[in-house]
Design a protein around this ligand. Structure first.
Ligand SMILES: Cc1ncc(COP(=O)(O)O)c(C=O)c1O
Length: 396
């Protein structure tokens, strides 16, 4: 089918909740993707961190196929021979006591909110229906009604009310604001340790440690949404490792499925997940054997192939090169590991299109920030290739 025909069909039959760039991708391997004419692009979006392991990783593919030939789904009314082993491995990787498996990121965030509320009513003795969870301005935690209700982005909220109550918003990166916002009804604090869609916002050094202490002192659950920062993206396995702390609840998704299959999880280090009893929460596809098999190998290859270390190393290389690029368009380089953002000094509406034309699959994270987040397997040579293309466009 011709390009124009494909665009027409998509425009006619797909709901318009996205306006994709007019590049039609048909194949992906490692950091590369190809359009229908065989033109090659280096993927700097990585499906928002869902494909940290690189496109179509052969070992994950093998696990997918092997499991698909054996058993794909069995109701959670019964047991599978893989769920327990996988949950144990996820607990080991994240340093957790228990995990609860879901499918999408937003679902896992909703699950964590439910669990922390339920836990908080008992642990904090909060009166019925009065539990409060503190969140940050400029957050992005997904698209469900409860979640968009505490978004600070008008576009995400407008026309979708009424919203769920019980959320209190404070500025991101301000530990004093957290202290002030805590009341006897507060049960948890939910945040992304580095805000992704808000524009690659890195909090001040020491912030994660400070909020850890504040939450411990107040007896409330510290909840990290690591759906995008998770599994090596920041040059550490989880972003919490950047300041050597542990959240009480870590929410993970995206790269847990290795780019092959949606799977997300709530990982708890305290009793939060014990609060949820049989029948109080669930999901038809949550924890299905196919998802577990894919996720086991997705975690395994990150560890065995030193992807965390590579993300740290290549992140430093890229950041330094961007900082030295002397482009009038780059105001600042943000981020850590391979979660980088180029803050632009001026509105440049067609810049992404120019970069795509040059062979770099990019988009914006928040307003005026170009995302640079290739798969964690990017080599020095590939990073050098990308930098050349960035230079061509940004330093003209
Ligand atoms: C930090 C964060 N949380 C939650 C989500 C929502 O995940 P999903 O799109 O899988 O529902 C995203 C998606 O971009 C995200 O970046």
């Amino acid at each position: 089918m011709k390009l124009e025909e494909l665009l027409d069909i998509e425009n006619k039959y797909c709901a318009r909740n996205y306006i994709p760039a007019n590049v039609v991708i048909g194949k992906g391997r490692g950091v590369w993707v190809w359009d229908l004419d065989g033109k090659r692009y280096l993927d700097c979006v990585s499906a928002y961190g869902a494909v940290n392991q690189g496109h179509c990783h052969p070992k994950i593919l093998k696990s997918l196929v092997e499991q698909a030939e054996k058993l794909t789904i069995i109701s959670r009314a019964f047991r599978s021979d893989i769920i327990g082993t996988f949950c144990r491995e996820l607990c080991e990787v994240t340093g957790s006591r228990k995990v609860l498996l879901m499918n999408s990121g937003a679902e896992a965030v909703e699950t964590a909110l439910k669990a922390v509320r339920k836990w908080g009513y008992a642990a904090r003795k909060v009166p019925k229906d009065k539990a409060e969870i503190i969140v940050c301005a400029d957050n992005f935690h997904g698209r469900t009604i409860a979640i968009i209700g505490f978004s600070s982005v008008d576009l995400y909220r407008k026309g979708f009310g009424p919203f769920t109550g019980g959320f209190v918003t404070i500025p991101f990166g301000d530990a004093e604001a957290l202290k002030k916002a805590i009341t006897p009804n507060t049960v948890g604090f939910l945040l992304e340790p580095i805000q992704a869609e808000g524009g690659i916002n890195v909090p001040p050094a020491g912030y994660l440690k400070d909020i850890r202490s504040i939450c411990t002192e107040a007896g409330i659950a510290l909840m990290f949404d690591e759906i995008q920062t998770g599994f090596g993206r920041t040059g550490t396995m989880l972003a919490e490792d950047l300041e050597h702390i542990k959240a009480d609840v870590s929410i993970v998704g995206k790269s847990l499925g290795g780019g092959f299959y949606p799977i997300s999880a709530v990982c708890s280090r305290n009793e939060v997940l014990d609060a949820i009893g049989p029948g109080e929460h669930g999901s038809t596809f949550g924890g299905n054997p196919l998802a577990c098999a894919v996720a086991r190998t997705s975690l395994k290859v990150i560890q065995e192939e030193n992807m965390v270390e590579n993300a740290r190393k290549m992140g430093l290389v890229l950041k330094k090169e961007f900082e030295n690029m002397k482009s009038r368009l780059i105001k600042a380089v943000r981020g850590t590991g391979l979660m980088l953002g180029l803050e632009l000094s001026e509105e440049s509406p067609d810049l992404c299109a120019k970069l795509i034309d040059a062979g770099l699959l990019v988009n914006k994270a928040g307003k005026g920030v170009i995302r640079v987040a290739p798969p964690l397997v990017v080599s020095e040579e590939e990073a050098g290739w990308a930098l050349e293309r960035f230079r061509e466009v940004l330093c003209d």
